[in-house]
Design a protein around this ligand. Sequence first.
Ligand SMILES: Cc1cc2nc3c(=O)[nH]c(=O)nc-3n(C[C@H](O)[C@H](O)[C@H](O)COP(=O)(O)OP(=O)(O)OC[C@H]3O[C@@H](n4cnc5c(N)ncnc54)[C@H](O)[C@@H]3O)c2cc1C
Length: 438
Amino acid sequence: MSVAVAIVGSGPAGFYAADALLGKLPGCRIDILDRLPTPFGLVRAGVAPDHLSTKNVIRLYEKILDKDGVRLLGNVGLGRDVSYDELKRLYDVVVLAFGAEEPRRLCVPGEDRAGVVNVTDFVGWYNAVPGARDCAPDLAGVRGAVVIGNGNVALDVARLLAKTAEELARGDIAPPAAAAITAAPITDIWVIGRRGPVQSSFSFPVLSEFSGLVEAMALVDPGQLPADASAAEEAERRKKEKNLQVLKILAANSADDKPVRIHFAFCAAPVAVLGEARMTGLELMRNRLEGNRAVATGETFRIDAQLMVPTIGYRVSPIAGLPFDSERGIVANRDGRVEPGVYVVGWAKRGPTGVVGTNRVDSRTVVELIAADGPKAGKPGGGGLDELLRARGVRVIGTADWRIIDAAERARGRDARPREKLATIEAMLAVLDSEAAA
Ligand SMILES: Cc1cc2nc3c(=O)[nH]c(=O)nc-3n(C[C@H](O)[C@H](O)[C@H](O)COP(=O)(O)OP(=O)(O)OC[C@H]3O[C@@H](n4cnc5c(N)ncnc54)[C@H](O)[C@@H]3O)c2cc1C
């Protein structure tokens, strides 16, 4: 009998855990569950549609899916189709790899006004994530857009809002999102950071892209740029210095050169969303830095904006029965151990930090612990789950089904667009049904 493993979540952390487990527990059988019918987590559902090369890592995950003993069980949600307790009863080892999908809230008055769109919905909309279409933002009257946050997700959102139809066509953006963005009368986009440029979490290649946008000019107030990055931690200083160089180049740009302006504004934090039913503007407080800390100055200012996307981080959505660290918004764990036989990896373990590759190291480290704990075979495993899901009428999307969906999406792609994603579960099931009928 072989050790039965359930991995919940088919994002990078889940795949790296599966790969490492195959090496450490030879002969183990691994079921990778995902609540979505499609695998690959945020590599498919989060990474920006114009960052195609980042998505090449999917080729590696596809190879893992082909390995003996590995099954994909898409369209199976923990807490929806199977409970945490049931999974523990069925599998010798459970690895939680379900990411952190709940966006952190700003907690400012007016945050619920139309025009304020949470980042999971916004990113899901342009990435054609099933369900996100229902949250499509109304960009028709949007002249000003504000993105709150100073990480790469903020840069993704600002950059995509600024792109032309031709620029957007060189990726796998959902066509309705591309059409809405290019039809919107946007002239000004703000990227707001509560602290300074040295404290921002931008990465150099993503920030550098702001020099080459066809119709948008990035602007920075040179007065907001420190002379150097000496305020950064030693280990980070070189990286921050490179970003500062990019911002200094952008600070020399002129506002009149292109029809769309992207304003990088540092040391400012939203205090109220203005308007009645719909957002018409944003009131912000100017901050000053004390060391690396932002301190409110009491001075406020306003910007005219009809769209706001806060990108200030994510939390795990709690699941019944699962130990939860509500302060940090993660699954409660000690170095990845949750309780006997249960482990956690990736964003669900450590919160929303790092890039795709960070999860490789993280998952490998946790798999070392799993192997050291010496799991024994004995529980029903996949056969037991199959029976339970059949009884509940759950339509499981396996690896072969995913490959049919993948081929259909690729076939819909044209020119520089590698694929056109199917945006609803119904459309995916229809493709599978017509293939089965053929
Ligand atoms: C908008 C955005 C853009 C990013 N862009 C980049 C980039 O360009 N480059 C880069 O290196 N990194 C990028 N990252 C970071 C990178 O995506 C993450 O480091 C990585 O995806 C985290 O991996 P994970 O497996 O922990 O979580 P995820 O990738 O989120 O995977 C979790 C999986 O679990 C599934 N799931 C969730 N809940 C359940 C449930 N209850 N039951 C079953 N399944 C469930 C989800 O559907 C998902 O497939 C980006 C992140 C975001 C948010």
